[in-house]
Design a protein around this ligand. Structure first.
Ligand SMILES: Nc1ncnc2c1ncn2[C@@H]1O[C@H](COP(=O)(O)OP(=O)(O)OP(=O)(O)O)[C@@H](O)[C@H]1O
Length: 297
C-alpha cells in the first residue's frame, strides 16, 4: 500500500472534522505513504471521485463518512482491484460496526495501516445500485426519509424520527419470487441483508455474514402495537430468528413486487419509490480493510 486517496464527507454524522486533514497528512508522513484528500460536495461526487482516482491512481481509497459515502466510494471501486478503507464519521455507520472499525479516528487509521484486506460480498439491486450492508423497503426506509428531511442529524435526530415513524406504520402487500418459488405476504418491512446489524446496534439478521456468498431476506409481518416491545427486545438481543413476527430466508437472488410503490433505502440512503426490487448476490467482489479482530469465515 503506497498511495491512498481519502474521500471526506464534510457534513456526515454532524461531526466536527476540523483537524482531520492534518491528522491524515501526519499519518501518511509517519508511515511513508503518499496521501491525497478530496471532499465531497453533495453534487456529482461519483464523477468527481472517478476523475480524482484517474489522477492519483491510488492502491486504496478511504471513505471518511457514513454508510452513504462508503457506498458511493465502493461503486467507484468496483472491478478495479483497488482496496476500500473506512474511517467511520457518519451518524450510524453500520458497515464499520460490522467490520469492527472503531469511530475513533486514530484507531481507524491504525487499522488502515495494518491493511488486513477481506474481499466482501456485494448485493446488486435493480441492476444498477449496490448494497454493502443493509437495504430495505417499508418501515425503515420511511424512517430514513423522515430523518433526511428533518433538521437534526446524528443519533438524536434518528431517535426522534424512529418514534414518529413507529406510530405511522402501514403494512403493504408484496409478491415474492425466490428463485421460481412464488408467494404473497403482507409486510411492514422487507430487509435485504448482506450483513447482520444496523448501525444503531439492532440485529436484524443474526446469521448475516458479509463474505458467505449469500444474503438474507427478512420479512417483517404486520404486528400488533404491543409487539413493539418484543420486537425491540429481539432486535437488541440478536433473537430475530425466533421472532413470531419475522421470517428469514437465505438466498442469492430474489424479486419482490410491491402492489403500490414503496420507498427503498440502500445502506442508509433513500433511493426512491419502487414497485419492483430485484436483488442479486455478487460474491466477494470488493476488497475492504477490516479490523484484525474481525473473524474471517
Ligand atoms: N458537502 C456536502 N454537502 C451536503 N451534502 C453532502 C456533502 N457531501 C456529501 N453529501 C451528502 O451526504 C450524504 C451521505 O451521508 P453519509 O451517509 O456519508 O453520512 P450520514 O448520513 O451522516 O451517516 P450514516 O449513513 O452512517 O447514518 C449523501 O446524501 C450526500 O449527497
Amino acid at each position: 500500500m503506497n498511495k491512498i486517496l481519502f474521500v471526506i464527507n464534510p457534513i456526515s454524522g454532524g461531526r466536527d472534522k476540523t483537524g482531520l486533514h492534518q491528522e491524515i497528512y501526519s499519518f501518511c508522513k509517519n508511515n511513508h505513504l503518499q496521501g491525497e484528500i478530496m471532499e465531497t460536495t453533495g453534487k456529482n461526487d461519483f464523477d468527481r471521485i472517478h476523475k480524482k482516482m484517474e489522477q492519483v491512481a491510488p492502491d486504496t481509497v478511504v471513505a471518511c463518512g457514513g454508510d452513504g459515502t462508503i457506498n458511493m466510494v465502493a461503486q467507484a471501486l468496483l472491478k478495479k482491484s483497488i482496496t476500500l478503507g473506512i474511517i467511520p464519521l457518519g451518524s450510524a455507520n453500520g458497515l464499520a460496526a460490522e467490520l469492527l472499525i472503531p469511530r475513533d479516528i486514530k484507531k481507524a487509521l491504525d487499522i488502515i495501516k495494518e491493511n488486513n484486506v477481506l474481499p466482501i460480498d456485494i448485493v446488486q439491486i435493480n441492476g444498477k445500485y449496490i448494497s454493502l450492508h443493509l437495504s430495505d423497503v417499508g418501515f425503515n426506509a420511511k424512517l430514513i426519509k423522515h430523518f433526511d428531511q428533518g433538521r437534526v442529524r446524528g443519533k438524536l435526530g434518528y431517535l426522534t424520527h424512529f418514534f414518529k415513524t413507529l406510530h405511522k406504520k402501514s403494512p403493504r402487500r408484496y409478491t415474492f419470487n425466490l428463485k421460481g418459488n412464488k408467494f404473497r405476504r403482507r409486510a411492514e418491512m422487507v430487509v435485504f441483508a448482506n450483513a447482520s446489524r444496523y448501525g444503531t446496534g439492532a440485529v436484524v439478521n443474526p446469521e448475516g455474514i458479509i463474505n458467505d456468498g449469500k444474503f438474507e431476506v427478512c420479512i417483517f409481518k404486520p404486528y400488533p402495537w404491543y409487539a413493539i416491545f418484543r420486537l425491540t427486545f429481539d432486535f437488541f438481543t440478536g433473537r430475530m430468528k425466533k421472532s413470531p413476527y419475522v421470517k428469514i430466508f437465505s438466498t442469492t437472488e430474489i424479486t419482490v413486487k410491491a402492489h403500490k410503490a414503496v420507498p427503498l433505502q440502500i445502506d442508509g440512503e433513500v433511493i426512491g419509490d419502487f414497485k419492483t426490487v430485484y436483488v442479486k448476490m455478487l460474491q466477494k467482489q470488493l476488497p475492504v480493510i477490516v479490523s484484525p479482530y474481525f473473524k474471517i469465515t
